[in-house]
Design a protein around this ligand. Structure first.
Ligand SMILES: Nc1ncnc2c1ncn2[C@@H]1O[C@H](COP(=O)(O)OP(=O)(O)OP(=O)(O)O)[C@@H](O)[C@H]1O
Ligand SMILES: [Mg+2]
Length: 286
């Protein structure tokens, strides 16, 4: 009879966090609101989550969370500190990298600085399950690079003609210039679920006809007064008012995302945690 094999020590396989960029093209559609509440819902479901604010023009993740950062990404770019020094703890252990609150006219950074930031993250040895990246409005190089560098892109749209056309423009450059071939669409501020799906269908009709990109419908977040109250209180609605309609939708969203397959592998030359991703795959195959 064979004696049972001694238990193997648990191998410290470095699993790469899932990196999700939240974008939208148009300003004010709810990118920051979605980023904060999705990240918070992930934390509440037990996932180690970091929220990265990349909106260097109108940074407001910290404002919306009631945080007063001492150092921000702007200090990293100015060479005043290291990336890890900017990480602060938000509600319930949510980790936050703030951008540069109040600096409305910070000059546009060079493309290599965006790529440098992506690299700097990949070298941080943080135990993370998820990283949520809030992006600025528009289709600047910074927005495109952070979307390209993430494994998943959530495109936030709302029921306004400009939101749909801006979302289309963003999907177009992401697919044509940045190798992004899959986007998840989230309808925000909807009056009812039908409105959200109709919005998706409208966008999907044009992208499927003219672009080489697959759009999936991720669902909808209702227009919710509780959310506005939470914004006033500088708290994520999922934490402040767990029973609010938008909180339910954000928790469902987080649960759905947790079901997604692990990232399949790097897709471009600039990607968050690529090295760790490759390392994890290598050990999985061994
Ligand atoms: N589902 C919702 N219900 C009610 N109000 C909402 C909802 N989503 C967003 N808002 C409100 O809309 C406003 C804009 O939201 P937010 O700042 O998240 O947009 P944004 O896309 O990040 O804007 P910007 O382009 O300036 O970064 C905020 O005041 C927010 O409270
Ligand atoms: Mg924003």
């Amino acid at each position: 009879m064979h004696s049972p094999e001694p238990p193997r020590p648990h191998s410290p396989v470095p699993t790469a966090p899932r990196v999700i960029a939240v974008t939208g093209g148009k300003g004010g559609v709810g990118k920051t609101t979605v980023s904060i509440n999705l990240a918070m819902a992930m934390v509440l479901s037990g996932q180690r989550t970091l929220l990265l604010d990349t909106d260097l023009g109108l940074a407001n993740v910290d404002v919306m969370l009631g945080l007063s950062p001492r150092l921000t990404l702007a200090d990293v770019f100015a060479g005043r500190c290291e990336l890890r020094e900017t990480i602060i703890e938000g509600p319930r252990g949510l980790l936050v990298v703030p951008a540069a609150s109040g600096k409305r006219h910070m000059t546009e950074l060079l493309p290599q600085q965006h790529a440098g930031l992506v690299n700097a993250f990949s070298q941080l040895d943080l135990p993370l399950d998820v990283m949520v990246v809030d992006t600025a409005a528009g289709i600047s190089d910074s927005v495109l690079t952070f979307c390209q560098a993430a494994q998943d892109v959530i495109l936030v749209v709302c029921d306004e003609p400009a939101s749909v056309t801006d979302a289309y423009a963003l999907a177009k450059v992401l697919s044509r210039d940045r190798g992004v071939n899959r986007i998840e669409v989230l309808a925000n501020q909807v009056a009812n679920p039908t409105e959200g799906k109709a919005l998706f269908d409208k966008l999907e009709r044009v992208t499927s006809r003219f672009l080489d990109i697959t759009l999936s419908y991720l669902g909808a977040i209702p227009r919710d007064e509780w959310l506005r109250v939470a914004v006033q209180r500088q708290e994520p609605v999922v934490d402040a008012f767990p029973g609010a309609p938008s909180s339910l939708a954000f928790r469902e969203l987080a649960a759905r995302i947790s079901q997604w397959q692990a990232p399949q592998g790097p897709r471009g030359h600039v990607e968050f945690f690529t090295e760790r991703l490759i390392a994890a795959q290598g050990s999985a195959c061994a």
